[in-house]
Design a protein. Sequence first.
Length: 159
Amino acid sequence: MKPTPSILFVCMGNICRSPTAEGVLRQRAAAAGLELHIDSAGTHAYHIGEAPDTRSSRHAAQRGYDLTQQRARQVSADDFERFDLLLAMDRDNLELLQRACPPQLRHKLGLFMQYARRHRVLEVPDPYYGGVQGFDQVLDYIEDAADGLIHDLRERPAT
């Protein structure tokens, strides 16, 4: 029997991209019958305890994802031990994770978009720069990468 994989999504403030990824993957994995432990966090302590941005929640809800129970938190030193994968939304946050991560655990770090199949970009863009369309674009990218991650997790041999 395969152990339950654990995934932490990371962006800067943990109020838009990473909670969206958490909500999307949680629902898609459940629909696929895949048991995962999923969480999200920010590299900065800007919004600790706050709910996701209302625009992120609204756009996610339009596609059937519920982000309302999530609250922002900051990445902790324990996260590097607790999670199998720590997936950053962009290179800046990946670099911050690499600096904080013990060298022997850096193999757990990556960019979430490395799992995407349809979109050939390395980063989930910050939706605030794209207006209303920015939030929909973020969802498009996250849905694509979530589907690829689910496929990858199913294909991994049991350890």
